[in-house]
Write a protein that binds this ligand. Structure first.
Ligand code: PMP
Length: 437
């Protein structure tokens, strides 16, 4: 065994001890040891451009976040059954970024837990059980949220009293002879609201009371559909008209990523009843939140005690606070808007000369590049995966999403720079050539 190269040895060890449900990225997995900003280094010292990781939202190992964690960890780490300034300060600060109506907050460790809690709160408030999600949604890995995550292939429409509505695929959905991305937000949103009303009617026929629409407003695992801004407004109006609540899953669009709002739902001009988030919140520490309108939270909170051992602990809150401070001080929203536009422009130039790039869409530093068979909208997953592997060998890390796995998901840390866009473009040009484009 000692004759094996280090990576093969590592893979053998991994297979021996880690559960087989884990999936590594890439045919030749990457062994990372260090990160800074939007750059990563592997065990051989090779430097990569990170165009994928939204958890390191203000950049890998941001010194202010590292310092805040270190300082608090050397002072005290405990839980929310004692008073602590960090959790109160952060709660007030983060709530100030939300609409006035959303005025209570609870902390967890993962997005799954936050969504799990939000669903229980929604069911308690409405007295209903039925949950609606989109066709390729991902909302978590708990017993409850995994069944609300069709992207996993584990959705259970009957057992769980859930229904799926179509992905808001602005590239393909045809509304009375017009492609959705050419429709107004009212028309496209109206179409989506009709889908939702039909799902609620179906629930009713089966004796299920509608409780909530749970949606990630950028529809990331569905394939990234951020525009036309405002299209969720008619949908959320319909949710309320039909007696349900809207849970805005902000794991992906939240925390300034879209470049034009702090939260994704704000781009749609809606006020959610519940808000959940996690990933980008504490730059890598396991921290998540569930915020709610006080009256929505009330029936649950007055009947069921809630304790989360690690949620809201002083070290995680220090990391979350430092992350939020950096977002403000370094204007990550402005950077996402500015560099996102430069990135999109560069991609459009590739699209003009490469038929395999069917559609480009995005908001700020969240861009989808749809790989299709030239001259059509047929998804080309094989080509997308070849591009992914070739980008990896050209030292750019990213991934794919969407129903057909043919959409490059370009979602770098929020400190991504114009130089990083140049690095990407150089690698992408080489990659497209290598992939026969
Ligand atoms: N919601 C969305 C939209 C997500 O993308 C994810 C994670 N990919 C989750 C929830 C679950 O978060 P976590 O992995 O922290 O449980």
């Amino acid at each position: 065994e000692s004759a094996l190269d280090p990576q093969t040895r590592q893979l053998t060890r991994e297979r021996a001890v880690l559960g087989p449900a884990y999936r590594l990225f890439y045919r030749k997995p990457v062994h990372l040891v260090r990160g800074r900003g939007s750059h990563l280094w592997d065990a051989d010292g090779v430097e990569y451009l990170d165009v994928y990781n939204n958890v390191a939202s203000v950049g890998h190992c941001h010194p202010r976040v590292v310092e805040a964690i270190t300082r608090q960890a050397s002072m005290l780490n405990t839980h929310t059954r004692y008073l602590h300034e960090n959790v109160l300060h952060y709660a007030e600060d983060i709530l100030s970024t939300m609409p006035d109506e959303v005025n209570r907050i609870m902390f967890q460790c993962t997005g799954s837990e936050a969504n799990d809690l939000a669903i229980r709160v929604a069911q308690s408030y409405t007295g209903g059980e039925g949950i609606i999600v989109t066709h390729e949604a991902y909302h978590g890995n708990s017993a409850l949220t995994s069944k609300l995550s069709p992207a996993l292939g584990t959705a259970q429409t009957l057992g769980l009293k859930m229904r799926m509505i179509p992905t808001p695929d602005t590239y393909r959905v045809d509304i009375d002879g017009q492609i959705a991305n050419q429709c107004s937000p009212e028309v496209f949103g109206g179409w989506m609201a009709d889908q939702l009303a039909q799902a609620v009617a179906d629930m009713k026929r089966h004796g299920i009371k509608f409780a909530a629409f749970l949606a990630d407003s950028i529809f990331s695992s569905d394939g990234v559909y951020p525009t036309p801004t405002g299209y969720l407004k008619p949908v959320i109006d319909k949710v309320h008209e039909l007696g349900g609540v809207f849970i805005a899953d902000e794991v992906q669009p939240g925390f300034t990523r879209t470049g034009d709002a702090f939260w994704g739902f704000q781009r749609h001009g809606v006020v959610p009843d519940l808000v959940t988030s996690g990933k980008p919140m504490a730059n890598g520490l396991p921290t998540s939140l569930m915020a709610a309108r006080a009256e929505v939270l009330e029936p649950f909170a007055s009947s069921i005690p809630y304790f989360n051992t690690f949620g809201g602990n002083p070290v995680c809150m220090a990391a979350a606070q430092a992350t939020l401070d950096v977002m403000r001080d370094e204007d990550t929203m402005g950077n996402a808007k500015k560099v996102g536009a430069v990135f999109m422009k560069a991609l459009k130039e590739f699209q003009a000369t490469h038929g395999c790039i069917g559609d480009l869409r995005g908001a700020g530093l969240y861009i989808a590049c749809e790989i299709v068979k030239p001259g059509s909208k047929d998804p080309d997953q094989r080509k997308a995966l070849d591009i992914l592997e070739s980008l990896r060998s050209n030292r750019v890390l990213t991934s794919v999403c969407g129903r057909y796995g043919n959409i490059l998901k370009l979602r770098p840390p929020l400190v991504f720079s114009e130089d990083d866009v140049d690095w990407f473009s150089t690698a992408f040009e080489k990659t497209l050539k290598e992939c026969g484009e």
